[in-house]
Design a protein around this ligand. Structure first.
Ligand code: AMP
Ligand code: ZN
Length: 488
């Protein structure tokens, strides 16, 4: 079955043809790790997690690169006060790299909670300063960039004068762009307001700085992604993804940098995931209209009536197509919870039907399977896929009630297809299985309390904790790396 993908570059659904047969190179813009990711960010990363899982399921070998932006993402091209990392480090009284570490750890923890798979390569911007300097040099040599006061800017007019069409991805008309922009303060070192920074000179107050041929400075955000995608996926690769809001200017600038450097479109398929809204407004840290993922899971918020398990949040997100806006609400979450429970009940029933043999069913599994794949390969249409999965769910309940029959071979087929879609492609997890996590957290607390007891020489208590756990079949083992446990 052919895979069709909506390509933002052409504005059309296209048949997907990877550059190297059966292999896919995919780059997704990662987070700027200067604060906690909000639920909106999670939606975008989950959309691409679903796309990644789908590609793998369809048999592609995927090199999936998602970066960490740990330097250089300014609110605009202005002064040091616009550096998010420096700003946050002042607020929290931490080193910028402590900020980076803190929120990278948080990011991974959150994505893990929602069962997102890690990318196959996760490069950081600060780990690729040399590559960014080299790219900047190349752009200067080719006449696409110029130095000004120790900063280097991409020359948009020059690029356009060579017929390269700045604005092709976001369908913006360059004349209008120029007409609508005033020259803002601090931007007069640029030839034109549309020019964007490849390298920024660091003011004395700017702590995050590196040596370069133009003096000490730091890289521009757009260049980071070009440097890292080129390094790991080549000058031209298959898929580039990110949230819709990154299309302009970030992705437009990536296209320009790639074309200016190598003379070819850097990306064959541009994919843009749509926004999560709350109260009809885009979720965003800056407006205060946001909720943190863990606040939704713990119930510690004023918006939802109760906590929701991460698997239910995941199910709710995937009930919308990645290119549609999704407005999060209590009612929708409650409805998703009901649907999720019914789906999981069906999965449990399905695995329990091990020895069931009967007449052939009226449910045509191969036709149904075909429909599921048609949805998946139609621009990763998760809501339609889920609706087909529920046809099987209804059938499974009929089987349970003895209103339907199925042969052993058909049952095996149904089990395989359902678990492939539910667990591998949608990445849903059975909530019961997740109780292991709770047990682990509880045991970590007990281990910590036991350590505290030992430190204060309360050996009665520490032995009691160990012995009573052992009586329950949980053995604590003290080793050089600390205490671990095994369940007997
Ligand atoms: P940032 O760390 O700001 O670069 O954002 C990380 C990702 O989250 C980007 O791909 C953004 O497009 C995406 N994003 C930001 N806000 C939202 C939102 N409200 N809904 C969905 N995705 C978002
Ligand atoms: Zn990017």
């Amino acid at each position: 079955m052919e895979l069709k993908i909506y390509n933002s570059l052409s504005g059309e659904k296209e048949i997907f043809k990877p550059i190297h047969e059966n292999n896919v190179g995919m780059y997704v813009c990662g987070p700027t790790v200067y604060s906690n990711v909000h639920l909106g960010n999670v939606r975008t990363f989950m959309s691409f997690d679903f796309i990644y899982r789908s590609l793998v399921h369809l048999g592609y070998k995927v090199r999936y690169v998602r970066n960490i932006t740990d330097a250089g993402h300014l609110t605009d091209d202005g002064d040091v006060d616009n550096d998010r990392f420096v700003k946050q480090s002042r607020l929290e009284k931490l080193e910028p790299m402590e900020i980076v570490q803190k929120y990278t750890v948080d990011f991974h923890k959150v994505l893990d909670t929602f069962n997102l798979l890690p990318p196959t390569i996760e490069p950081t911007a600060t780990g690729h300063i040399l590559e960014q300097i080299e790219l900047t040099q190349k752009l200067i040599e080719k006449g696409f960039a110029y130095e000004s006061n120790g900063s280097v800017y991409f020359d948009v007019l020059e690029y356009n004068s060579r017929g390269l069409n700045y604005g092709e991805l976001s369908r913006r008309n360059i004349e209008e762009l120029f007409a609508n922009t005033r020259d803002l303060d601090g931007q007069n070192e640029k030839k034109n307001p549309q020019d964007f920074a490849l390298w920024k000179a660091a003011s004395p107050a700017h702590i995050m700085r590196w040596n370069s041929p133009w003096g000490e400075g730091f890289p521009g955000w757009h260049l980071e992604c070009t440097a890292m995608s080129t390094k790991y996926l080549g000058e031209k690769f298959d898929i580039h993804g990110g949230g819709m809001d990154l299309k302009f200017p970030h992705h437009e600038c990536e296209v320009a940098q790639g074309k200016a450097c190598n003379g070819t479109e850097p990306v064959n398929y541009w994919l843009h995931a749509n926004m999560l809204t709350m109260n009809g407004q885009r979720m965003s840290k800056s407006t205060g209209n946001y909720i943190l993922p863990m606040e939704l899971v713990s119930g510690n918020n004023d918006f939802f009536e109760k906590p929701f398990h991460p698997a239910i949040v995941r199910f709710n997100f995937l009930q919308a197509h990645y290119r549609s806006v999704l407005d999060i609400s209590n009612e929708a979450m409650v409805a998703s919870e009901k649907g999720f429970q019914r789906l999981m009940e069906a999965m449990k029933l399905l695995s329990g039907f091990g020895f069931l043999t009967s007449d052939s069913s009226t449910f045509d599994i191969s036709v149904w399977k075909e429909k599921c794949y048609a949805a998946l390969t139609d621009d990763f249409n998760s809501p339609i896929l889920i609706s087909h999965l529920f046809e099987a769910v209804n059938f499974i309940f009929k089987l349970k009630d003895g209103k339907e029959t199925i042969t052993e071979t058909e049952l095996k087929q149904l089990q395989d297809i359902m678990s492939g879609f539910v667990y591998d492609v949608l990445g849903l997890q059975n909530i019961e299985e997740n109780n292991n996590e709770k047990l682990d957290q509880t045991l970590q607390v007990l281990i910590e309390l036991r350590n505290q007891a030992r430190k204060s020489k309360n050996f009665d208590l520490s032995d009691q904790i160990r012995d009573r756990l052992l009586a329950e079949g949980i053995e604590l083992k003290d080793g050089r790396e600390g205490t671990t446990y095994s369940l007997n």
